[in-house]
Write a protein that binds this ligand. Structure first.
Ligand SMILES: *Cc1c(COP(=O)(O)O)cnc(C)c1O
Length: 361
């Protein structure tokens, strides 16, 4: 492969080119330290500036009030599936979960492993998780209500968030965080593995509201409780330095180059519309998610046969369009078009799709 490819991977995923270039340019001598960012101390002033700046940018982009804490953890979104019930579901209470796919199912399972009471208040499993449930009745006494804002594998996304009647929302935003603005007020906790929309794998962003900390049991292991990360500004131990550094650069790109989340949403909408229009206008491609539940981040579609899907993925790759195979659990095709995937990349994909349908339809 000469030069760079159009990357539609689901995660780890595309990064903005200016971010990669910045990392490359300062890799051997980070801010005049004579060392790379993976060699400096996490207690140094240079690194402290990085994590402070990343935190400040998260606060600005999400418009967080003082009562929210921004944390960087390890263990991926998957560890959050366990930490959330451990920290936020006190004995004698139950939590509501909405099951919208593979990741939500895993989150529910981790709750059950700890023998914590879970109530699945809505599910879209009856139709292969192809839609987002509507008109959900949340339990008035639930400790929290857990949802997955974007379902990376099935290609669905909450267009707006449900009214829980004051129960704190806990949300897995791994695959659409920072893709659009939203009101954080109803959220008790938001989490996202970095490797879809924020940066490299290795760091997990957690945004937690102050009042949620009051219910955390005292007797949890140090590294498994949120108050440790709050108290030590995510540096009780060595943080994932490189990932946090790259996230800081991605957030800077979002603020200074893109121009914030309103603008990011416009661009994401334009990309998704272009792709869905191409699917809807052809007889050849078929979207798998119900129209009003469609994701702006992961566009899932099928071709007439498995054989044509294999051929499509292969020929797309020969056209420098990479990562279009659907998740191994569902098959089909998927184009992940996160923040860093440009409109030009989506145009190249839709041009190829039309050409491929013309030849094989
Ligand atoms: C990728 C993904 C996960 C898993 O993330 P890890 O960081 O690999 O644990 C969880 N939830 C959603 C919505 C995802 O897209």
């Amino acid at each position: 492969m000469k030069g760079r490819i159009h990357n539609f991977n689901a995660g780890p995923a595309a990064h903005p080119l200016p971010v990669l270039e910045k990392i490359q340019a300062e890799f051997l001598n980070f801010k005049g330290s004579g060392m790379s960012v993976i060699e400096v101390s996490h207690r140094s002033k240079r690194f402290d500036e990085v994590i402070q700046d990343a935190t400040a940018r998260v606060r600005r982009l999400l418009k967080l009030d003082e009562n929210f804490h921004v944390l960087f953890l390890q263990g991926g979104a998957s560890l959050q599936f366990s930490m959330i019930p451990m920290n936020l579901l006190p004995a004698g209470q139950s939590a509501d979960y909405v099951n919208t796919g593979t990741w939500a199912t895993k989150a529910i399972k981790e709750c059950m492993i700890q023998r914590k009471p879970v109530k699945v208040v809505a599910s879209s499993e009856d139709k292969g998780f192809s839609y987002i449930p509507k008109e959900i009745s949340f339990s008035p006494d639930a400790a929290y209500a857990h949802i997955t804002s974007n379902n990376t594998i099935k290609g669905t996304q909450w267009a707006s968030f449900p009214d829980t009647g004051g129960i704190p929302l806990v949300c897995d935003m791994s695959s659409d965080i920072m893709s659009r603005p939203f009101d954080v007020a109803p959220f008790g906790l938001i989490y996202a593995g970095a490797q879809k929309n924020l940066g490299p794998a290795g760091a997990t962003l957690v945004v937690i509201r102050d009042d949620m900390l009051e219910r955390v049991p005292q007797n949890l292991p140090t590294m498994l409780k949120y108050p440790t990360y709050v108290e030590y500004n995510s540096m009780f131990n060595t943080p994932p330095c490189f990932a946090v550094y790259a996230i800081q650069l991605v957030l800077r790109w979002l603020e200074e180059t893109v121009g914030g989340l309103d603008r990011m949403e416009q661009i994401n909408r334009e990309k998704a519309n272009l792709l869905y229009r191409t699917i809807d206008r052809s007889e050849f491609y078929r979207g798998t998610a119900e129209k009003e539940s469609r994701s702006m981040m992961n566009v899932t579609f099928r071709l007439p046969t498995d054989e044509l899907e294999r051929q499509f993925v292969q020929e797309a790759f020969e056209h420098s369009l990479s990562g279009l195979k659907g998740h191994r659990s569902v098959g089909g095709c998927r184009a992940s078009i996160y923040n860093a995937t440009s409109l030009e990349a989506v145009q190249a994909l839709t041009d190829f799709m039309k050409e491929f349908a013309g030849k094989n339809g």
